[in-house]
Structure formats: structure tokens, C-alpha cells
Design a protein around this ligand. Sequence first.
Ligand code: AMP
Ligand code: MG
Length: 403
Amino acid sequence: MISVEEALRIIAKTDPLGGTETVSVYDCAGRIAAEDLVSPIDQPPFPRSPLDGFAFHSEDVKGAGRERPARLKQVGYVPAGCGTEFAVGPGECVRIMTGGRIPADCDAVVGIENAAYEAACGFDGDDAVQIYKEVGHFQNYVFAGEDFAKGTVLCKVGQKIDAATAGCLAAAGFAALRARRRPRVAILATGSEIAAPGSPLQAGKIYDSNSVYLKSRLKQLGLESETALCPDDPAILAQELQKRIGSYDLVLTTGGVSVGDADYLPIILAELGAAVRFAGVRLKPGSPLMLAEKDGTQILCLSGNPYAAAATFELFARPLLAKLSGDPSLEPQETEGVLAEAFPKGSAVPRYLRAKLENGTLYVPSGHSSGQLLTMAGCNCLAELPACGGPTPAGTKLKVYRI
Ligand code: AMP
Ligand code: MG
């Protein structure tokens, strides 16, 4: 048995996965960039109007007001998407819509509410426009590159792409990004008592919740996984493991890793020639936890008890996934909390309690056994209770891992 810290040190030595893949910008949020991308264009690519209105030379509307409108002649119409370059001389204007390209000759735009066609005002000439407001040089004028200029670094190697960055990559014209490969994860829930949800429940059997928990958490963390069930049969277990070794980066097993008669995993992994990185960690729950490695596949064996599997996934599988994927944000975030109520039981090893952290206070639900999952529903963290001989009083500050 080793300490939690020692197990985490071993996990920290895991090599990141090699390999990159091309990912569409539509799907790249949450991925780790494997290339720097520099914008080849200004965004926006041209000066554009932020208003529906008229563009002109600002000098032509100097001193304009409701009483003394400026009179301009409309020489073009620039809706959004229009590429025509109009020549706009002194005393002239174009009608322009939001997002329309401001002609090179113009340096200002006035909103439609501050302008009117003379025809509509009862004057003659339907191309004559009255401007009722003075606007200065570059007023209501969005410069090319206002968002980012050509040459701006939009993402760096190792950066986790967020939605805004993905949007900027698209705005710069990139259709795809070279990203680090994501870990391929297989979940193998072992146990002869385990039945798939939805199947008829026979005597002595229970439904598999571990695969669902683990797959759900992986999904929340942005990772895909495949699930399968396997009975406590050494030959089948060996076969199922062998099938996954070499083709997945991580195999998460639950059950069969303790010292019971049907706990075959340690023996089978040894027979398959997997290198054991650690076996047994001093913590509660889930101490039989084991990590082995073969042919580039990490095999992390979790206890079958649903809460033990859940807690050890958070504490050990997440740092392992963080290393494999080169994404430190997969590690559980550490913080602190203060126990709202005394925790009655001592523990010879550090104990990880499911809890709800609210404004720095830890609320621990009643019902802590490693076989209970329902009390974990709605919890947002694990609170670390150091090894202690007796009760932990209310108000004790504990280290907390957000989940
Ligand atoms: P084990 O780790 O195999 O000794 O299993 C410990 C406990 O967890 C037993 O009561 C099992 O029935 C239960 N268990 C094992 N696997 C699962 C699973 N996939 N879903 C729900 N409970 C499980
Ligand atoms: Mg079992």
C-alpha cells in the first residue's frame, strides 16, 4: 500500500499521448491545440458600418442639426455583403446597412434615425438626403481589424480551445485546427452479479451503475468512452482486457480488484505481463485501487463499490487523463471548505467524503458507505478528512476537490 500522494506522483510520471488530429472548428472547443494559428486576415477584413444609415465625409455634415440639416446626394447603396467600391465625392453619401463595407472615401456614418430623404420630407429629388446630426472623423466607423489584426496569434500549442477562440479561428477563415489526440477510454465493469440496465433482473444480480457514472463523468469532462460488462471469469476477463490493451489509452475497470475469491484482476494483469505501477492506496474508500500499464495502455482498476469507484475516478483517473491528454484542467480543482457539522467517525487512513460546498461551507450528506451512490447526487466535491482517531468537529477546515 502506498499513500495518495505517492500514487499521484506515479501518475504524474505518465507520458502524454503522442499524435495529433485535424478537428473541424465546429468541434474544436475543449480540444488542446497542437499548432499555433496566426490570423491571415484583419477581422473585420474591411472598415464597416455599425449602423443602418448613411456614410459620407464628416466635413460635409459639420454643424448639421435638426434645424440646419446637411444636404447630401446619395450615389450608392451598400447592404451587408456588398463588395462594390463606390466613389463618394464631397457632398455625396451612400446608404449603408450594418455590416456594410464603408467606402474608402468615407470617414463617418450617421444612423438612419438622424437622416431622411428629401422626397419623404416633401422636397424634390429622391436621391437627396438630409442629415440632422453632426458626426466627426471616424465616428460610427468600425476599423478593419477592430477585433483582431492580420498576424494576431489566435491560439498557441497546448492551449485549450474555448468557444470564443473557436469562433475567432472561424472568423479568421480557419476551417480546422490541428489538435492533440484525445485519450481513447474503455470502461469495463466486471462482476458476475452485474446486469445491464433495462435487462430483466435475476436473483442475486444488480444493475451496473459504475459504467454509467464513469461514462457520464468522462462526457462531462469532454471525453468519449466505450463501455462493456464482464463476468468474474478469469478466461473471459483476460480476453476482454487483451482486446483493449494496445487499442485504448486507458482502460478503467471496476470490481474484482480486491482480495475476494473472484477478484481476479491483479492475477490476470500479472499473467498478461502488464507492469504494475501501484497496487493498493491508503485511503477510504477504494483502497484496492491499482494502476498497471501494457503496450501503451494504462489500466486503472477501481473498486466495484459505486461510491468508491466514483471517488477514486475523481482522485486518480482525472490526473491520469490530464497527463495523457496534456490538459491540466482535467485535474480536480483544489480548494478548501469548513465542515458545517461534526463528522462522527475517525479513520486510520485519509477519507474522502462526498459533500456539497456552498460559500465555503461543507455539507456532508448522511449515508457515507461506499455502496451508496444516491447521497452523492447533487454533491459538488470530495472533502479530504485526514486520518484521525475520533470525530472531526464542526468548523474544521478541510481540503476539497471539486467534482
Ligand atoms: P468488488 O469490488 O467486485 O468487490 O465489488 C464491490 C461491490 O460493488 C459489490 O457489492 C458489487 O456488487 C458492487 N459492484 C461491483 N460492480 C458494480 C457495478 N458495475 N455497478 C454497481 N455496483 C457494482
Ligand atoms: Mg466483485
